[in-house]
Design a protein around this ligand. Sequence first.
Ligand SMILES: *[C@@H]1O[C@H](CO)[C@@H](O)[C@H](O)[C@H]1NC(C)=O
Ligand SMILES: *[C@@H]1O[C@H](CO)[C@@H](O)[C@H](O)[C@H]1NC(C)=O
Ligand SMILES: *[C@@H]1O[C@H](CO)[C@@H](O)[C@H](O)[C@H]1NC(C)=O
Ligand SMILES: *[C@@H]1O[C@H](CO)[C@@H](O)[C@H](O)[C@H]1NC(C)=O
Length: 382
Amino acid sequence: MRFATALAVAAATISGVTAQDTLLLGFNSGASDDTGKAKSQEDFEKEFRTAQNLQGAPGNFSAIRLYSNIQWETTDTPIAAFPAAIATNSKLLLGIWASGTDNIDNELKALNAAVEEYGTELTDLVVGLSVGSEDLYRVSEPGIRNEAGVGNSAEVIVEFIKTARERLADTSLKDVKITHVDTWTAWVNESNKAVIDEIDFLAVNAFPFYESELENTIDNAATLLSSALSATEAVAAGKDVWITETGWAYSGPDFGAAESTVDNAETYWKEVGCALFDKYNVFWYTLRDANPENEVKFAITNDLSTKPRFDLTCPEQQQDLPAPQNITNATTTPTSGGQNPTGADDAADPTGTGAGVATTVSTVNAMTMALSVVFAAAAWAL
Ligand SMILES: *[C@@H]1O[C@H](CO)[C@@H](O)[C@H](O)[C@H]1NC(C)=O
Ligand SMILES: *[C@@H]1O[C@H](CO)[C@@H](O)[C@H](O)[C@H]1NC(C)=O
Ligand SMILES: *[C@@H]1O[C@H](CO)[C@@H](O)[C@H](O)[C@H]1NC(C)=O
Ligand SMILES: *[C@@H]1O[C@H](CO)[C@@H](O)[C@H](O)[C@H]1NC(C)=O
């Protein structure tokens, strides 16, 4: 018993986990459903309960990552995911939508209103706060080439992080760990180092499925993920790295050598997911698809059934991830073309995201974003 505890402590120390005693397992959750409608508290509750009760799952998927504090299609109403998380005792990685805007006032207003209303019932569930999601990827050369949509610069993200810290300083979220979510290609880009300096831990989205420039067969997927993670850790300056999005499409168009099939989605879960779940905080992509425009589908279950699309059990003799390769050369050259780790994922979830944009900025910006998402989805559908 004591030996096992010591081992657990050693393992936790090795993987650099400091923010909480046990690793987080969970899913991403957009603000709208896959018909584009706002999710109600009831919708969120059903989703969170399904996540915790998936048949065969190798753990309790009781953590949820949000993209916005704002209820879909409102200006600054707190998102209905908050009371749903309280009702289901789900941990929350909060998100502030930070693109297409020059301020995050409405995001902070919604969050502070929720903290006032729910108090520690809510704040005790909060495991972190991400200021932004893939903003840096979207303004990067590959993001622009892939028409990934409106993003924001490292300078602005740093300003937003400082603003968030200031404006939460007098609340029970004053010690919340702050991060920013982005693609591994954005993290390894030295232009974005100021963001790394400003945050408490890194959060990375990585999808070998979309890395059509590389050898992205399902057989090589674990190596690509391992390489992306290792490249991110190499620039993390000793800070924790959380995996905020990864997964494999089960249907829709193929990308390069990546084929979207249920079998491949299962293989990716077992070879990559199962190798990560006991070492990292992971938010799988995803339990429920969110964008009708995107033909690429990732949901591991249909209609929030607790019976998954494929077997979720992990192998008894779990293999570690394969050794990383140096793939940074493949993605940092402007001419490499097509490399699109998560661009399409953006289309998969303009979701929680658009809420802040559509209501806080000018209609022009909101339309620009909506259009680029549609264009992007259309381009990917080809
Ligand atoms: C899963 O975790 C949640 C949140 O901690 C908890 O309320 C629930 O009872 C757990 N479910 C199981 C089956 O352990
Ligand atoms: C690195 O970041 C800068 C600043 O956002 C961007 O202009 C550039 O395209 C990025 N490089 C790559 C290869 O993504
Ligand atoms: C990876 O390759 C790039 C480009 O060839 C090089 O600049 C970089 O130093 C390499 N990184 C490692 C960790 O070997
Ligand atoms: C990256 O560099 C390595 C080592 O030089 C090479 O083997 C690999 O083919 C390169 N990858 C790409 C996609 O060019």
